[in-house]
Design a protein around this ligand. Structure first.
Ligand SMILES: NC(=O)c1ccc[n+]([C@@H]2O[C@H](COP(=O)([O-])OP(=O)(O)OC[C@H]3O[C@@H](n4cnc5c(N)ncnc54)[C@H](O)[C@@H]3O)[C@@H](O)[C@H]2O)c1
Length: 383
């Protein structure tokens, strides 16, 4: 195979992915087919064969790979169908709404020859790549505390009204944790590993007339004893994106496109043991890393998927790793609902029970044309 024949399902965000291929930003791929259950969207990806359903596209014989960019619940059902049909699959974030679905989806993956990736485009950002390298490469020493405020996800009411499936338990399966923050939760575990326990406080409809969470503060504990605070909101303006890491060898701060490492001349614990001065602190110097831009984002992630199919290039974001951000999001909601600290991984079954109850008692059913079928929901709860 010299060129990958790509099918795209869902022409909201999917139209941007199609444009990235059609404008030449992604090489060695051609969009041969698209599917959307709203035919008005077909004009967003001209030149490709258009299908009214994902199933027809998957069975068409016109595609080697499929990119699933539909509302969240259908990631599981459509992903399983595409994987079972033997196609390579790139699924949008989150890979599924809930852990049990994510596990079913991953179980349909046939093995190494079938490429299965997730659209965690922020992994292409050189700032996050550098932080990960510093943490994992040992340059920071052991990390003690992380504090990540991601309140720059501001969304006005018009956003929640823009598609009928948004902002309901039955349509979207959650709010900021399931839509905006999968990126941050993925990066968090990619850089620092998974916490072992967390306590979260989610606020539902704090800033918007919605039933799902639009504001979150979570306290995290890691296996090495490190702690963390993760804060996110779609209601704050102007909002902040600031990540601070306190580590043995100094402090790392990422904010406003600047990554600064204030280095301790002597690691903190060693200095603490040896000095006789009661108010002494280690001397420091400052390193500002010469990084610019935010990487190739969606086009780079899609190119990596194509290169993995054609050349066996390692994936930047294997779908299997998408389980962690789903697990973190579910754990934060479960901790809020149960008013308790939860240990990770949480039980997918317990979470499914809670989510099912939220859907059953919801007064806001997804509006018409939601793109979430009764079959998707039924499969999500194993009925
Ligand atoms: N990676 C990113 O940066 C990013 C950005 C935005 C959205 N997303 C993700 O993309 C996905 C779609 O979000 P969106 O904002 O594009 O939503 P959207 O509502 O704008 O578009 C979804 C499209 O899918 C179609 N659709 C729904 N169900 C379908 C089905 N079963 N078969 C075929 N078509 C179907 C709808 O008609 C619609 O055109 C979500 O998973 C979202 O989280 C990712």
């Amino acid at each position: 195979m010299k060129t990958v024949r790509l099918g795209i399902v869902g022409l909201g965000m999917g139209a941007l992915h199609a444009a990235n291929v059609q404008s030449g930003k992604v090489r060695r791929a051609v969009v041969t087919a698209v599917a959307d259950n709203n035919p008005e969207k077909f004009s967003r990806a001209p030149g490709a064969r258009a299908f009214a359903t994902a199933e027809e596209l998957i069975g068409s014989g016109l595609v080697d790979a499929v990119l699933i960019a539909t509302p969240h619940y259908s990631h599981t059902s459509l992903g399983i169908k595409a994987l079972r049909a033997g196609l390579h699959v790139l699924v949008e974030k989150p890979i599924s709404v809930q852990l049990a679905d994510a596990q079913r989806l991953l179980a349909a993956h046939r093995g190494k020859k079938q490429v299965f990736a997730a659209m965690f485009n922020q992994r292409t950002d050189p700032f996050y790549q550098k932080i990960r390298a510093l943490v994992r490469g040992g340059e920071l020493g052991e990390f003690h505390r992380i504090s990540w405020t991601v309140t720059d996800w501001f969304r006005p009411a018009a956003y929640y009204a823009s598609s009928a499936w948004r902002a309901t338990w039955a349509g979207e399966g959650g709010g900021i944790l399931l839509n905006q923050c999968p990126h941050n939760l993925d990066l968090l575990q990619w850089m620092f590993g998974m916490p072992v326990r967390l306590r979260a406080y989610c606020h539902f409809g704090r800033y918007h007339d919605i039933e799902v969470e639009d504001d979150v503060t979570a306290y995290l504990e890691f296996a090495n004893g490190a702690t963390g605070v993760f804060t996110a909101s779609t209601g704050e303006a102007p909002g902040t994106n600031r990540l601070e890491v306190a580590a043995e060898r100094g402090r790392l701060v990422y904010e406003n496109d600047r990554l600064t490492f204030t280095r301790n001349a002597v690691p903190a614990a060693e200095f603490s043991r040896t000095t006789k001065e009661p108010f002494a602190k280690p001397a420091t110097d400052e390193v500002v890393f010469p990084l610019t831009g935010h990487g190739g984002q969606h086009a780079e992630l899609l190119q990596n998927f194509i290169d993995a199919i054609l050349d066996g290039t390692p994936l930047l974001a294997p779908a299997s790793e998408g389980l962690h951000s789903v697990g973190l999001a579910n754990a934060m909601l479960l901790s809020t609902w149960t008013d308790r600290t939860v240990s990770l991984p949480i039980s997918g079954r317990a979470y499914a029970g809670w989510l099912k109850k939220k859907i059953a008692t919801s007064k806001r059913k997804p509006r018409t044309k939601s793109g979430v079928t009764a079959a998707d929901l039924a499969k999500s709860f194993g009925r």
